[in-house]
Design a protein around this ligand. Structure first.
Ligand code: SF4
Length: 383
């Protein structure tokens, strides 16, 4: 189910291109990371308004009967964000009963379906921003929503579980359901012709692109084939925890800007197995980087969250196989509270431990000459 159209129905009569307040124009509707509306503001950066179930949202700027509206804006007038949420909430109050009832009826018709085939109207999701250092705008590309690998600390569930509740879908543990966007390759082909060319990132924002269902459905592979067929030459970044990506290394090698990355939070496979029991082993992930490099791809690694394990060993492994590394601390425990309750790992959930581990690993990587990057995108391979 594509939620962009229902999202716009919720705020009707304010449609795309409408000036909702003086100088504030509705530019985009997105359901990739929750229900989000993006507004262009005259003389300022974009302003985002997010809609979420009222019961899940302790703080908000405005509300309807069942939904909370919050805003995010870098450096914008907070009064403007509040006024915008108030205006939109008035529209949502008029529309929500009808729109949410229809969504719930559609969800009811598919009740119990854990693996669903869905169709989308759009696929490439504009993301990132222009920073002082570089242009980090890119498209997120997700052929799947939901992930059968099911890492319990996965932050994707924090966006997706509230959406499921909003739709009235039966509660299902993270890692037990997937929506496969079966028309993703066709939509991608259409969008590549119509949209400005930017880097594309296939990464675990809402699913791992090589989670187990990909073996049967091949949607990620079909999207890569579309990119190859379109002679796509902007950077393509693939980030995964799954060995299935090895199947597509020859295909990725036909994209001049292809980079393969693995998420690798620890070099200790017993720790990996405790926190990510269904994901590839440490050795498998390092072998993926090695094979990707041998296939001619640029490589990178993401260490998030920090987990227990020998950090010098991790730094050595990354120095051997990754062209660059991104470090990030635990963002939230989500379903992994019991994993961190284990006395062997209880200390590692603490923000101070996470920060200290990241600083230590950063120093070890620097000493080995491994470039580190902040932000959303790895450094592009230099020609
Ligand atoms: S593999 Fe990635 S997307 Fe899938 S559950 Fe684990 S962290 Fe989340």
């Amino acid at each position: 189910m594509d939620l962009r159209a229902p999202l716009l129905e919720l705020v009707a009569p304010h449609g795309l291109g409408a000036e909702v307040l003086p100088g504030v124009v509705l530019e985009r509707a997105s359901a990739e990371l929750g229900l989000r509306l993006t507004f262009a503001v005259a003389g300022a950066g974009p302003l985002h308004v997010e809609l979420s179930p009222l019961a899940d949202t302790p703080r908000y700027a405005a509300r309807s009967t069942r939904l909370a509206l919050s805003y995010r804006a870098r450096g914008a007038d907070p009064g403007l964000g509040k006024r915008l949420c108030d205006t939109l909430a008035a529209a949502v109050r008029d529309n929500e009963e009808r729109v949410l009832a229809r969504l719930e009826a559609e969800a009811e018709a598919q009740a119990g379906a854990r693996l669903r085939e869905v169709e989308v109207d759009t696929l490439l999701e504009p993301m990132g921003r222009v920073t002082a250092a570089r242009d980090e705008t890119f498209y997120g590309l997700s052929p799947y929503v939901g992930c059968l690998v099911g890492c319990r600390f996965c932050y994707a569930q924090s966006h997706l579980d509230p959406l499921r509740r909003l739709l009235g879908r039966a509660a299902a543990p993270w890692g037990s359901w997937v929506d496969a966007r079966v028309n993703a390759p066709a939509v991608l082909a259409r969008e590549l012709e119509a949209r400005p060319r930017r880097p594309i990132k296939l990464c675990p924002i809402v699913s791992d692109p090589y989670q187990p269902l990909e073996k049967r459905l091949g949607l990620t592979r079909a999207c890569l084939e579309v990119l190859v067929g379109a002679a796509f030459d902007a950077p393509v970044f693939v980030l995964t925890r799954a060995p299935l990506v090895r199947r597509d290394l020859p295909l990725l090698a036909r994209l001049p800007g292809a980079h393969l990355g693995v998420s690798l939070p620890t070099a200790d496979d017993a720790v990996r197995a405790h926190f990510e029991p269904r994901a590839a082993s440490v050795d498998e992930r390092l072998a993926l980087l090695r094979d990707a490099r041998a296939a001619g791809l640029a490589t990178f690694a993401v260490v998030q969250p920090m987990l227990a394990g020998d950090r010098a060993e991790l730094a050595d492994a990354l120095a051997a196989h990754a062209d660059s590394v991104h470090l990030a601390v635990l963002q939230g425990e989500y379903g992994a509270a019991a994993d961190f309750d284990d006395p062997r790992f209880a200390a590692t959930r603490e923000p101070a431990w996470q920060k200290g581990a990241a600083a230590e690993l950063a120093g070890l990587l620097d000493a080995r000459g491994v470039p580190r990057w902040e932000g959303e995108l790895p450094p592009e391979r230099q020609p």
